[in-house]
Design a protein around this ligand. Structure first.
Ligand SMILES: [Zn+2]
Length: 377
């Protein structure tokens, strides 16, 4: 058992009554959204072929598109030490993401990326203050010799990044929404090479050969779009930014998930070495460099800094799933310990009713730490 597990087991007896109710509530809401994870990302002029900007011409973006030179641009580097823990950031909830196989979706090489059009029945129903409808998703990648995510975490760039783009339902269309400060919500997740094929990504990757040339499109059978995003939609970073391609409108509320998606080496190879660009070269390194924060704050839905109790380790950004096993063990052990301790306390209470008061200052401190313990395990 690791240190975090021990800490949980020691704290849980005091906290059990407080912990159980919210935990049960979360379990309920999670099961509702199990079938759905969503993401969104800045759109790349959906509907058009390809515009004339390129990643080789970054310096001129702001000449043709003034917003590209603004102070709330994306992507950014997320410094986890600077991220501010915000307990108000609730788990992202997706609805309608599981599509039947008879629903056909358009997949296109637009010259900048591969875009999958999404039906408007897909929606973000939690985690944001307002409701958003999905429009499209697309990817950013590097090359066989280097990674190509747009956002970075503590300076680390990941192999690739998925963006799922949504617009605020208070507007009539994506085009109308994209010019308003609260218009867009994009979910982003990092892709890395791991063991085994990712069946959800295969639903897209198996069609890339059909759209090698710019402007080509094909149809993809419906599948569970949520499978393209991490199962854990609770842990994420949030900030206000922009589309990462011209016109760079600063109208995107970004969510960057802390868990990464794993693809096989072959799958990653297909992603970075199949599509062709307008210059008739391989379409590679289609990511924009990170932009200056200009004082913007990045929020985290979880504790990213060492706990008040000291000795806590920083949460590894974009962690893989390895820590989950330890987490589960920690909670299990804690619950067992808590039950024993509660029985003991009840016994004491019955026989010595004059001495049952719990120390309240300790209690409030523990509540705060318990949240971080869950995340640092
Ligand atoms: Zn994007």
């Amino acid at each position: 058992m690791n240190r975090a597990a021990l800490r949980v087991s020691l704290l849980l007896p005091l906290l059990l009554p407080l912990l159980l109710l919210p935990a049960l509530g979360r379990a309920g809401s999670n099961s509702e959204s199990d079938q759905e994870h969503g993401g969104e990302d800045p759109p790349h002029s959906p509907g058009k072929g390809h515009s004339h900007w390129s990643y080789e011409d970054l310096k001129h973006w702001s000449t043709d598109y003034s917003d590209c030179g603004g102070t709330k641009q994306s992507p950014i580097n997320v410094d986890t030490d600077q991220a501010i823990f915000s307990p108000d950031l609730r788990p992202i909830q997706l609805s309608g993401y599981s599509l039947p196989a008879n629903k056909q979706l358009k997949l296109k090489n637009n010259g900048h990326t591969v875009v999958l059009d999404l039906p408007e029945t897909l929606a973000l129903t939690g985690g944001y203050a307002q409701q958003y409808r999905a429009v499209q998703l697309h990817l950013h990648w590097g090359s066989p010799s280097g990674p190509g995510s747009e956002h970075t975490i503590n300076g680390r760039r990941f192999a690739a990044e998925i963006h799922v783009v949504h617009y605020n339902t208070k507007y009539d269309s994506f085009t109308e929404a994209m010019v308003h400060p609260d218009g867009l919500a994009v979910l982003g997740a990092f892709l890395e090479v791991g063991h085994g094929e990712n069946q959800y990504y295969n639903e897209i990757l198996k069609h890339l050969l059909e759209i090698q040339e710019v402007g080509q499109e094909t149809l993809v059978s419906g599948f569970n779009i949520a499978g393209l995003l991490p199962a854990n939609l609770k842990l994420y970073f949030h900030y206000n930014g922009s589309l990462t391609t011209p016109p760079c409108y600063q109208t995107v509320k970004w969510t960057i998930f802390n868990h990464t998606m794993l693809l096989s080496r072959d799958q990653m190879s297909v992603l970075v070495s199949t599509l062709r660009s307008p210059e008739d070269e391989l379409l590679q390194n289609n990511y924009r460099p990170v932009q200056n924060l200009h004082g913007r704050r990045v929020l985290a839905s979880f504790q990213t800094t060492p706990s008040l109790w000291g000795g806590g380790s920083s949460f590894p950004a974009a962690a893989t799933y390895a820590w989950l096993a330890g987490d589960v063990l920690a909670v299990l052990f804690g619950v067992l310990f808590a039950v024993t301790a509660l029985a003991f306390l009840l016994y004491i209470y019955k026989h010595r009713s004059q001495n049952t008061r719990l120390d309240s200052p300790t209690k409030s401190k523990v509540i705060y730490t318990a949240a971080s313990t869950e995340n640092t395990a």
